[in-house]
Design a protein around this ligand. Structure first.
Ligand code: TLP
Length: 341
């Protein structure tokens, strides 16, 4: 059996999810007539503390529909330089929304509010208006880092002062909440809109939600349709997301415990640039110093362990319900052997 630490997106649906999918009541969701999708959207809006919510096919679709809805072409969007929206969405925000990204250098995804303040454009004919600020929590390339609530609050306050909306890429916002003990609604309270994923640690097969004010969601529905994201009997997949939302959140703590176990095992190893104190949730990022990340990945693969290379120089190991304690122990031993040559 392979030990798959590439991502938490590899999680397969539980038996309960498959039963819910089989039994799901469905209708045409483009007509607003799928009762399961409607229930998922209502429940998600409630959990996020927002007026309304909309089911979308993926995290990328959710982020992009949010950007399209909040902005117009020729405006500027502030985002962290390692944000998923900037780094991994194939420049969708430029290709579709026609915005200019304004990447700011953060520390593990945390942007100092002063930097945001300095990046908000003045009203001047030479300058693009700032139309949106994007945040990400937990921060993927930051190693699953929890962005502190205080940081989000400060940026939101600034945004409100300038009348600029804030969108949160909360693909893993439940990981942040479970690990910090801070309610999801406290985080989303510092945002205008939020996207979160069911198909990561929560284990559902497909889908994300965007949530926000009801006028925003009405307009977002038009953008989703324009992009071909209007789905029909989507209750078949939304049913698994309802199971994820109601019964899979607390178990994220197991993934965090396994990530900490991995971090302890790798702490202080020769040939590794890694600080176990940086591990907040279910992502562990290591930098091999005496070999290329690609080489370490290949050596691990020979031992039936899969990891991701996050260019330029990092390896990402992500825990999920597809791996257990024993898998983590085996991974630590394998990395020790490989580094020792
Ligand atoms: N992240 C994937 C890859 O794209 C890197 C992963 O394996 O972690 N926001 C964040 C913070 C994400 O980590 C991801 C997926 C998304 C958005 C996009 O979600 P999907 O893959 O559903 O489009």
């Amino acid at each position: 059996m392979m030990i798959d630490l590439r991502s938490d997106t590899i999680t397969r649906p539980t038996g309960e999810m498959r039963r819910a999918m089989y039994e799901a009541e469905v209708g045409d969701d483009v007509y607003g007539e799928d009762p399961t999708v409607n229930r998922l959207e209502e429940e998600s809006a409630r959990v996020m503390g927002k007026e309304a919510a909309m089911y979308v096919s993926s995290g990328t679709m959710g982020n992009q529909v949010a950007i399209l809805t909040h902005t117009s072409p020729g405006t500027e969007v502030i985002m962290e330089a390692n944000a998923h929206i900037y780094y991994y969405e194939a420049a969708a925000a430029s290709a579709f929304a026609g915005i200019q990204p304004r990447p700011l250098a953060g520390n593990k995804g945390v942007i100092p509010p002063e930097l945001v303040a300095g990046a908000i454009r003045a009203d001047d004919v030479h300058l693009p208006p700032t139309s949106l600020i994007c945040l990400e929590n937990t921060h993927n390339r930051g190693g699953g880092k929890i962005v502190p609530l205080e940081n989000m609050k400060a940026i939101y306050k600034l945004a409100c002062k300038h009348n600029i909306p804030v969108h949160l890429d909360g693909a893993r916002i439940f990981n942040a909440s479970v690990a910090s003990g801070i309610a999801v609604q406290d985080y989303t309270g510092c945002t205008t809109s939020v996207q979160f994923c069911f198909s990561k640690g929560l284990g559902a097969p497909v889908g994300s939600i965007i949530a926000g004010p009801s006028g925003f969601i009405d307009e977002a529905r038009r953008w989703r349709k324009r992009l071909g994201g209007g789905m029909r009997q989507a209750g078949v997949i939304a049913s698994a997301c309802l199971v994820a939302l109601t019964s899979m959140v607390e178990r994220l703590a197991d993934d965090h415990a396994n990530a900490h176990l991995l971090a302890e095992g790798l702490a202080g190893l020769n040939g590794l640039d890694f600080d176990p104190r940086e591990v907040d949730t279910n992502i562990v990022i290591i930098k091999p110093m005496k070999m290329l990340p690609g080489q370490l990945k290949e050596e691990l693969k020979k031992r039936d362990i899969l990891v991701s290379v996050m260019e330029p120089d990092m390896i990402r190991l992500t825990t999920s319900r597809e791996v257990n304690r024993e898998d983590i122990e085996k991974t630590v031993i394998a990395i020790k052997e490989i580094l020792a040559g």
